[in-house]
Write a protein that binds this ligand. Structure first.
Ligand SMILES: *[C@@H]1O[C@H](CO)[C@@H](O)[C@H](O)[C@H]1NC(C)=O
Length: 483
């Protein structure tokens, strides 16, 4: 039997690679005739790199194989505030390695009849490699359909306006958003010529060369955005396959003992705890921590709070291990009976615990999906990247979250979110009468159903598998095969 072989190129970033490996597993479960080769680009962070290696070695699926790409020297860091540019240049330097790996490890196998490339959205330069080899490329989006719409909108806007956004610009009409989008919730890199605008623009242009878009969302959540993407006949075909989540939960971590946290939760009443967690890069300086502490104390609610240092400082994650040093004097003692402060937190397990009734979140897309999956409503506190856009979408377009802030930015973190705003949002979030609670439970249910037999994402995944086998072009594989 001739084999279909998918080659994945994930981005070496937690939120991307975890989801993409999970998606690969799902594909193999669905179609046992598939083989998947996952090409691993080395992360520039040794800690993340060992995490990725550990993750890869934990995957026990015979049809999934990992190949480590050789080390590549990073490009020079020219501009201070341009992580997006730097990262795109780093990925781009892997093109020939990806090409060689596909030639030597995939195309060389005589049993392989069909090869399809699945690249992470930030690895879109690999679409060129696919084109050179005559292999169709699909882009995997670990972001919302609405944000993909924003990325596709930028080249169009650029052709009209020719420049980056400014904070004083009028609201933008972006087809995938229901409401006009204010500049204050756009990603910082769109507001800064040197900070990634050109890279963001080129990503949008590059996407159009792909054969299709696989998106980690579900139609019931993003009706409007999905319809809008589908109605653009110029744009590649889309497949909504979410929620793709890694629910395996607790992994060993050195900082906090997850069992202690889970035991504490076991002793709290149902839906009584507000959980505060801001992602692996989300942390605050002591003045902001103090405002949160005051709000928690005044709100009277039970809380579980993951406190981490901001990534800007040369601080190590465990620099905040003595919480009494960074939190207001006496706070820990006064809230001892109803609060728990930890460092790293096993977010997936916590959100799945019956005691958790609300989530104050940085609004990363994966965190949003995890929270919805468990029917836990969010109060929005975006910090960087695409998070402000998600917060806006959840609060204004979808009305399934409580607004704490929509436009907080890591770069302006000297501007504090004050205790009374935080307290107000927490009270609104935890109010059992708040209609947002019911809507979130319902949409969470719909997300679970989307994956079941006959659900929207189940059907969409089936369509993807059909479409790639229709693409089948023996000639191109044979032509690309090394002789
Ligand atoms: C989804 O649909 C396919 C058939 O198209 C089926 O084989 C698969 O098991 C379904 N269900 C789930 C839960 O994936």
């Amino acid at each position: 039997m001739n084999k279909t072989e998918l080659v994945f190129v994930p981005t070496p970033a937690r939120g991307h690679i975890v989801t993409e490996i999970e998606f690969a597993k799902r594909l193999c479960e669905r179609d046992r005739g598939l083989s998947i080769t996952i090409l691993l680009i080395k992360s520039l962070s040794p800690k993340l790199d060992s995490y990725i290696q550990e993750l890869a070695s934990s995957i026990d699926v015979s049809n999934i194989k990992f190949i480590n790409l050789p080390h590549v020297d990073p490009p020079p860091r020219e501009l201070k505030n341009s992580n997006l540019n730097f990262f795109a240049a780093y990925i781009e330097k892997h093109k020939s390695l990806v090409k060689d790996a596909i030639k030597n490890h995939v195309l060389s196998k005589s049993s392989t009849q069909l090869v399809v490339l699945v690249v992470d959205l930030l690895c879109n330069s690999m679409i060129d490699v696919g084109n050179e080899l005559g292999i169709p490329s699909y882009v995997f989006f670990t972001i919302s359909a609405s944000f993909l719409g924003l990325m596709l909108y930028i080249p169009f806007r650029h052709s009209q306006i020719g420049t980056e956004f400014s904070i004083s610009d009028p609201d933008s009409i972006i087809p995938t958003y229901i409401n006009p989008v204010p500049s204050r919730v756009l990603p910082s890199y769109l507001l800064d010529k040197n900070g990634g605008y050109s890279t963001f623009l080129s990503h949008g242009l590059q996407f159009k060369k792909a054969k299709g878009f696989i998106i980690n969302t579900f139609v019931e959540l993003e009706h409007h955005a999905v319809n809008s993407l589908e109605s653009d006949k110029e744009s590649p075909k889309i497949y909504t396959v979410g929620p793709v989540l890694n629910l395996d939960g607790i992994q060993k971590q050195i900082e906090s003992d997850p069992n202690v946290i889970m035991k504490w939760l076991d002793n709290q009443p149902s839906s009584s705890v507000v959980f505060l967690c801001f992602g692996s890069l989300g942390g605050f300086e002591p003045p902001q921590l103090a405002q949160i502490a005051i709000a928690l104390e005044k709100s009277g609610y039970r809380f579980l709070w993951s406190v981490r240092p901001p990534p800007s400082k040369e601080a190590k994650p465990n620099d905040y291990s003595k919480f009494s040093k960074v939190l207001p004097k006496g706070f820990l003692e006064r809230t001892e009976n109803r609060g728990f402060v930890c460092g790293w937190a096993p977010q997936v397990d916590i959100l799945g615990h019956d005691a958790v009734g609300g989530f104050v979140s940085h609004c990363g897309w994966n965190s949003i999906l995890e929270s919805l999956w468990n029917g836990v409503p969010i109060a929005t506190w975006p910090i960087y990247g695409d998070q402000q856009c998600y917060a806006f979408q959840l609060v204004k377009d979808l009305e399934i979250a409580v607004e704490l802030t929509l436009d907080y930015r890591f770069e302006n973190s000297d501007k504090l979110v004050m205790a009374d705003e935080i307290e107000k949002a927490i009270k609104c979030l935890m109010d059992s009468e708040n209609p947002v609670r019911k809507r979130v439970r319902e949409i969470g249910e719909k997300g679970r159903k989307a994956l079941m037999d006959g659900g929207s994402s189940n059907i969409s995944l089936g369509r993807f598998l059909e479409d790639i086998s229709v693409n089948k072009s023996e000639e191109s594989v044979d032509a690309a095969r090394p002789t």
